[in-house]
Write a protein that binds this ligand. Structure first.
Ligand SMILES: [Zn+2]
Length: 122
């Protein structure tokens, strides 16, 4: 269901970002405090049905970490990282890509997404 979110996100420096994917991630953002991003792409928490958000951490000049946390029971994904800066012209995509990785990690559910969609496996 969310396979579209994964293949277009660059995994290596040489990869070209898929701007359609970047746009969908950005358009899904309902609120962004800088450290907490709400996205309407996020599925409800599989444990309690709560509403999740993306927790974003600027780890260094070049590295952004993001994970999804349930606002009710605090279940979370592991941190996903975007550790090189990605630009599309003047538009920096680094943070959006970290958020996108976290969203697709959270939305990956048993029986819903096949192995082909997993990061690093393509
Ligand atoms: Zn929960």
């Amino acid at each position: 269901m969310f396979d579209w979110l994964m293949p277009g996100i660059p995994r290596t420096v040489a990869d070209e970002p898929d701007m359609g994917t970047v746009r969908r991630i950005r358009e899904s953002v309902m609120s962004d405090t800088g450290q907490a991003v709400e996205s309407d792409l996020l599925l409800p928490c599989p444990f309690c049905g709560g509403v999740p958000y993306v927790q974003v951490n600027d780890l260094s000049e070049t590295c952004v970490g993001a994970r999804v946390v349930c606002g009710s029971c605090h279940a979370s994904t592991v941190h996903e990282y975007q550790c090189w800066r990605v630009w599309h012209g003047d538009d920096e995509l680094t943070r959006t890509l970290a958020v996108g990785r976290a969203i697709s990690s959270w939305n990956r559910r048993e029986g819903r997404n096949d192995e082909r969609g997993r990061y690093g496996d393509r």
